[in-house]
Ligand binder design. Structure first.
Ligand code: ZN
Length: 246
């Protein structure tokens, strides 16, 4: 059964609803959420509750750095992220926070490892930004396939016997064969705060039987999401970033 992989929702209800509707229309029933349910956006409580429901229905749900910052210090974050986390804390109940605290850093299923940032130091939140980071991550798991989020920009890396990894920018909407003689690391783009210059939401569909991966872009109601960020009194940059997708 194919699995819909969603990550970096960032309290963007409109983007999450659009991705879930798109996935359900495609007959997808199995989900993995790779963390950052909250932070930046205007609907943290709704997004936490929606993802918790997905988990009760069988989804993998992981912890992201913004989720951790809600109950931790968030001291490594930039000023914009910290401001959003301070706002978010006031909108979550202790039940929501306990739920975030319960989330694991990684999960494995079949040939695949799911983790928010990377496999070599998942709790340190280093970004996979190039082939060296990808090779380092691949060297630290026995799993043939690794799925991460965190970067907000989709990317795909593959490695052969030497362990060296090569990068390519995946075309959305195309089934990409994850050839079985190679190992792969996919960076799934953000649902709720795209940063590749395209405002549409991202998710990905992994078919374990075919060993194929499709990156998906979903148009959503950016205008409403950005308006709610402004009305919430969150930093203006967080609203305009949604409109620009960068
Ligand atoms: Zn994120």
């Amino acid at each position: 059964m194919s699995i819909a992989i969603l990550t970096d929702i960032h309290a963007n209800r409109e983007a999450l609803e659009a991705c879930l509707a798109h996935a359900e229309a495609a007959g997808l029933r199995d989900f993995a959420v790779l963390g950052d349910l909250v932070g930046y956006g205007a609907d943290p409580a709704w997004c936490v509750e929606r993802v918790e429901t997905l988990q009760q229905e069988g989804a993998i749900v992981l912890l992201g750095n913004h989720d951790e910052a809600v109950y931790g210090t968030g001291e490594d974050m930039n000023a914009l992220a910290r401001a959003a986390i301070a706002w978010t804390r006031d909108r979550l109940t202790s039940g929501h926070v306990d739920y975030l605290r319960s989330l694991p850093l990684q999960a494995a299923r079949g040939e695949a490892l799911f983790v928010h940032a990377n496999a070599y130091a998942p709790a340190a939140w280093d970004y996979v930004t190039g082939p060296l980071d990808a090779a380092r991550s691949l060297s630290r798991t026995d799993k043939r396939l690794t799925f991460v989020g965190h970067l907000h920009v989709p990317a795909l890396y593959h490695a052969g016997a030497s362990g060296a990894a090569a990068h390519f920018a995946p075309e959305p909407g195309v089934d990409i064969p994850l050839l079985r003689q190679r190992r792969w690391l996919a960076v799934v783009g953000a649902v709720g705060q795209p940063r590749d210059g395209v405002p549409a939401a991202n998710y990905a569909v992994f078919d374990p039987a075919q060993s194929s991966l499709r990156f998906v872009r979903v148009a959503y109601d950016v205008e409403t999401a950005a308006r709610k960020v402004r009305e919430a009194g969150l930093p203006e940059a967080l609203a305009s970033r949604l409109e620009r997708g960068r």
